[in-house]
Design a protein around this ligand. Structure first.
Ligand SMILES: Cc1cc2nc3c(=O)[nH]c(=O)nc-3n(C[C@H](O)[C@H](O)[C@H](O)COP(=O)(O)O)c2cc1C
Length: 343
């Protein structure tokens, strides 16, 4: 059950799941200027998936999401927040659905649904440190709860028959890489993404890449064939390659770096700088326009205008006059205002 993971050429580059950011629209825009080797959905609650599908039209599960007409996608998916997160297109493959929750039965049911929707894999979130999920015992609060975790992994495998991966941190309060990753390596997982911080560290200290290196050594000393993906603070493919050389990871996942350079996964040398592709002003504004168009086509009235505005700073940065233009765009009151300012 290692599926597409084993056919990725190594090292590979993954785009990190980022809630309210990496929806299908953003993933497609990023892929259009530099395709990551693997993409993840935003994390999606298993109870919400099961509830949404139970109450949705029967047609929700009739076809893989990516093979639907835009009309049927809109009708079945766009108005339901949990299902918005599970929207994807063929151009995003391989695409992995990331899920979270606490109840193994709900993980099982949600995994069956995800398989039917046509995903290439399922990733379980055992890393999110946000208070609301931790207080119900989910995500990073599961670190070290080995029997519960084993039950959830088994439920997801049985429900989906897809390759299962985990995204996690190196501990909750204290660093426990050896115990925790050591345990996960015995669970027959296709991949483990290790974000090199504890949950309580949030993002406030530099990622402990030496702990990610330790996870690789643990894997190498074991019988496990699980791929190790390193994550934390990587801002370019050059840096990602350095991490591969230094720590031996099979792949690197990049999150916030994509928000500073959406073409971060494009390894073609840029004409003049001889470095990795960095978009110029014209290219950035063109991409913002394309993002706006695809966003409106995909979500229509189902996502609000304010939710779109957070993307402005992804494109309107690092060129002369960017600050002033960004301020004007952020003051726009409607999509047509935005379009007018962009010209
Ligand atoms: C806005 C935002 C939303 C995030 N949402 C998720 C999520 O849904 N699932 C997840 O596993 N991690 C999530 N993360 C964590 C990232 O996937 C990643 O682990 C973290 O940003 C560290 O990587 P980076 O230094 O490359 O950004 C989120 C991070 C940010 C900044």
């Amino acid at each position: 059950m290692t599926g597409f993971w084993k056919s990725l050429s190594r090292p590979f580059w993954a785009m990190a799941p980022m809630e309210d950011v990496t929806d299908t629209v953003f993933r497609r825009i990023v892929a259009s200027v530099g395709k990551p080797d693997v993409c993840f959905t935003e994390f999606t609650n298993v109870d919400a998936i099961v509830y949404a599908v139970r109450n949705a039209q029967k047609s929700v599960l009739e076809l893989p999401v990516s093979l639907r007409s835009p009309g049927s996608l809109r009708a079945d998916f766009a108005s339901i927040p949990a299902l918005q997160r599970l929207y994807f297109s063929e151009s995003e493959r391989p695409i992995v659905a990331q899920i979270w929750g606490t109840d193994p039965q709900k993980f099982y049911e949600a995994s069956k649904i995800i398989k039917k929707l046509g995903f290439d894999g399922i990733d379980i979130n055992f890393g999110c440190p946000v208070r609301d999920v931790v207080k119900i015992g989910a995500c990073s609060a599961m670190i070290g709860k080995n029997s519960q975790v084993a039950e959830i992994i088994a439920a997801v495998k049985e429900g989906s028959k897809l390759p299962v991966s985990i995204k996690t941190r190196i501990g909750f309060k204290a660093i426990v890489t050896e115990e925790w990753i050591g345990f996960l390596l015995g669970q027959g997982l296709a991949a483990i993404t290790v974000h090199g911080r504890t949950a309580v560290e949030l993002s406030s200290v530099p990622a402990h890449w030496e702990e990610i290196g330790k996870a690789v050594s643990l894997r190498d000393q074991s019988e496990s064939e699980t791929l190790i993906v390193g994550n934390g603070d990587v801002k370019s493919l050059e840096e990602a390659r350095e991490k591969v050389r230094e720590y031996g990871v099979d792949g690197v996942m990049i999150g916030r770096g994509v928000l500073e350079n959406p073409a971060i996964f494009n390894s073609k040398p840029a004409c003049r700088s001889g470095r990795f592709l960095i978009l110029n002003r014209t290219q950035k504004l063109k991409l913002l326009n394309q993002h706006l168009k695809l966003w409106e086509e995909t979500w229509g009235e189902h996502k609000n205008f304010a939710a779109f505005k957070k993307y402005v700073k992804v494109y309107v940065r690092d060129f002369e006059g960017a600050g002033e233009l960004r301020a004007r765009l952020m003051n726009a009151a409607s999509y047509s205002d935005l379009r007018q300012i962009l010209g």
